[in-house]
Ligand binder design. Structure first.
Ligand SMILES: Cc1cc2nc3c(=O)[nH]c(=O)nc-3n(C[C@H](O)[C@H](O)[C@H](O)COP(=O)(O)OP(=O)(O)OC[C@H]3O[C@@H](n4cnc5c(N)ncnc54)[C@H](O)[C@@H]3O)c2cc1C
Length: 414
């Protein structure tokens, strides 16, 4: 009998695992289950749709025929509610049971709601799915005043959507700057100025303490942590993710703010793998457990998982997950890129080159582990090479911070 593989989640991690399994096991039964009503789309691009700058079509990656052609059974609108790990069965909300030989959990996260009064009111948006983007776009086209909460990579997308849709918005941040764990005041100032230029006013030491609504339950104002009242008929909240693991609660799959996996995406439970945003994976570069929320990393984890799921001898035949992630922002006149783990590290160096060019590098035990580039992304591949090579370069930061440098200028063996 052919082996059966069930994948929960049709995001980029689940989908790339399905593709890998099909390529390597032409006879296998492959089922992909998703609670969304549509097949894989480009989550990175839904912000451009919400801005009103892209139509729906180019955002889709796979239509249903892609699965048919590969004989992959795609089950849309199907929520997984439980897994019997010993019995190798997945339970769905409609009472169906799917038996598996190998299971992949690639369910990502769901945006966290602010734990404050009226945070579930109409007009308050969280942003993860294409469906969210449709609601945001529809509402944003009619909204006048906005408030954004969450000074990170997703919050700034919501701010950029307000700008593109001519919403007069305040961007409420808890600290004294945007993405304060990765950027210094100098770097953040470039972002604040760029936001202001687009009509988005950053408000510091604030956040949201509650929302006011009208008689219909629609948000009308945001009360900042500073006590100020901001008129806002459109609110965007992006304060983090809750990982989608409820259906594993009664199992012995190890969880620790995500699902713990090794470098081959194996959980400790027999025949259960996990990939994508949801994992606490083993980072073979830093030799530590790590977590990452980015498209490229999720895709690569899906592909490693798919390979490991079909392999007879995983250690001998599968390349372990070894990846330097990056995440770019394209809302401004200048490019922005973060790579590796810019919020970690025990030593940081930075330099400002011009009004829109800045760089910060993070080191750990003398090795480069991540950074942020604003304005000039040219050195990114060299930095990534140094990270992958685990090069001891912290004492050569004068070279690393030159506007342009060659790897040959460094005293390293790669
Ligand atoms: C607006 C936005 C902008 C982004 N921009 C960037 C960017 O510029 N660069 C970058 O690198 N990354 C970006 N990201 C992050 C990137 O999209 C994610 O890291 C990546 O999509 C994670 O993929 P995944 O497959 O792990 O999870 P997901 O894409 O979250 O997929 C998980 C799927 O599982 C489904 N699911 C969950 N629970 C169940 C269940 N119980 N039963 C059935 N199905 C379930 C979910 O509905 C979802 O479809 C962005 C994300 C968003 C939301």
């Amino acid at each position: 009998m052919s082996e059966s593989f069930v994948i929960i989640g049709d995001g980029v991690a689940g989908s790339s695992a399905a593709e890998t399994i099909r390529e390597r096991a032409p006879e296998a039964d492959v089922t992909v289950v998703t609670d969304e009503g549509e097949a894989l789309y480009n989550r990175i691009l839904i912000k451009e749709f919400a801005k009103g700058k892209l139509p729906e079509a180019p955002i889709s990656i796979h239509d249903e025929s892609w699965y048919d052609e590969r004989d992959i059974d795609l089950q849309l609108n199907t929520l997984v509610t439980g897994v019997d790990v010993d019995g190798h069965v997945v339970h769905t909300h409609e009472g169906d049971d799917l038996e598996y030989d190998k299971l992949l959990v690639a369910t990502g996260g769901t945006p966290t709601q602010l734990p404050v009064e009226n945070s579930d009111s109409e007009g308050i948006h969280h942003f993860w799915t294409f469906e969210d983007a449709r609601h945001i776009r529809e509402h944003a086209e009619d909204a006048d005043e906005g408030a954004i909460v969450g000074a990170g990579l997703l919050g700034i997308d919501l701010a950029a959507i307000c700008a593109a849709q001519d919403i007069d918005a305040k961007y409420l941040m808890r600290g004294d700057r945007w993405w304060r764990y990765a950027l210094s005041e100098d770097g953040a100032e470039i972002i604040h100025d760029a936001l202001a230029e687009k009509g988005i006013e950053p408000v510091f030491d604030s956040g949201a303490s509650r929302f006011e609504t009208d008689d219909d339950g629609h948000v009308v104002a945001t009360i900042g942590g500073n006590g100020e009242r901001y008129e806002s008929d459109f609110v965007g909240v992006a304060i983090g993710l809750n990982f989608n693991v409820e259906f594993l609660q009664d199992t012995d799959v190890e969880m620790d703010d995500g699902i713990v996996v090794d470098e081959y995406m194996r959980t400790g439970a027999e025949d259960v793998f996990a990939a994508g945003d949801i994992t606490q994976f083993y980072d073979t570069i830093r030799d530590t457990r790590a977590q990452n929320g980015s498209w490229g990393s999720a895709k690569q984890q899906g592909s490693v998982a798919g390979h490991a799921m079909v392999a007879d001898d995983v250690e001998d035949s599968v390349d372990e997950f070894r990846w330097v992630s990056s995440y770019s922002i394209t809302h401004f006149d200048f490019p922005f890129l973060s790579f590796g783990f810019p919020t970690d590290g025990d030593e940081h160096v930075e330099r400002k080159y011009s009004e829109t060019e800045w760089r910060r590098l993070a080191f750990e035990d003398g090795k480069l582990i991540g950074g942020v580039l604003i304005g000039n992304l040219a050195p990114q591949s060299k930095y990534k090479q140094l990270i992958r090579g685990e090069a001891d370069v912290a004492d050569q930061s004068d070279v690393l911070l030159q506007e342009n440098f060659e790897l040959e200028e460094l005293d390293v063996d790669l």
